[in-house]
Design a protein around this ligand. Sequence first.
Ligand code: F6P
Length: 385
Amino acid sequence: MRKGYFFMLKKVAILANGGDCSGFNAVIRAIVKTAEKNGVECYGFLDGYRGLLNNNFVKLETSGLASGILHRGGSIIGSSLNANVFNYKVEENGQVVYKDLSEQCIENVKKDGFDCIFTLGGDSTQKSARDFAVRGLNIIGVPKTIDNDVACTEITFGYNTAVTVACEAIDRLHSTAETHNRIMCLEVMGRNSGWIALESAIAGGADVALIPEIPFDIQKVADAIKARQKEGKNFSVVVVGEGAKYKDGEVVVKHVRDGGVGVINTQLGGIGEKVAQDLERLTGLVSRNTTLGYIQRGGTPTAYDRVLSTKYGAKAMQLALEGKFSTLVVIKNGKLDYVSLEDVVGQNKEIGAVGSGTKESNAKLVTMDDDLVVTARNIGICLGD
Ligand code: F6P
């Protein structure tokens, strides 16, 4: 037995699931490196849970696929959207039906002798991870998403890169707003959470931040912009989270796939344009919207995300060596830690509230006493309430 460890691991596998973000590869690299140091073989299922279902995996080694990947965006083992194997879309006799194919996945894991599966993903990925753990697989989750909305952790990997990209966009919009005396809106991602919008607004010195957690009064936003005009500032920068909504309004949905089955089938978008049009009408200033989109998710991770991802990957492998399964690695009080997957996804709660037709969600949203909200208010960023 390895010194200091009480669980005999031989072979582990990683899967990356859900929308991509910067840092996937840094987590993979850290798991592989820690595994190799401890004589454990490491594999990667291709395209997330879909690879688990189809038993499609590759060997990951620092002398092979896992070499030179720390700074690379995306995921070297792919990542799948719409791959809930507990409710999987299949065609039978020309009809679309949803089936529970999890048993096939469990058989695959047992047949190939994987002692632990690392699930890199957001809340819906970890919900499936929890369901597999309940059915006897050794699972350790790593919290991913640019949205930063996974419960029980202070930060997810990918988030810092998204905020950094949004901050740079705000800087660029600032100069054009000032030059032409315009209102520049920037619609950022984040789904039903306002973390990216709020943090990037503070980082970029925006004048207004509209987030899903605070339904906004457009007249109040227009008033704040007019007050700036009175001080001789004829331009404003407005950051709008894609899930932000007008008071008594609804989230703006851009596109619904597969009848909206599952949260990822409801694509949000369009609120930035609507806000820009309303502000132009209410203030008389020319207004333009820019939607930042997938640029927030792609490309090289920031130094912060590389370090966070490395910490997460190494800790996940350490937990596996200690036999601490059914867990998610987290940051708690600024330190690496772990929690039970059960605490993350809750008792049978559906994941994702708005737009998915489900009412309950464990998503970690911005709270009104959060330092970011308090700071934004203290320095006079208009939150539209
Ligand atoms: O959850 C990450 C995220 O980028 C959200 O911020 C955004 O709403 C969504 O994914 C976009 O999903 P898709 O890749 O399906 O368009």
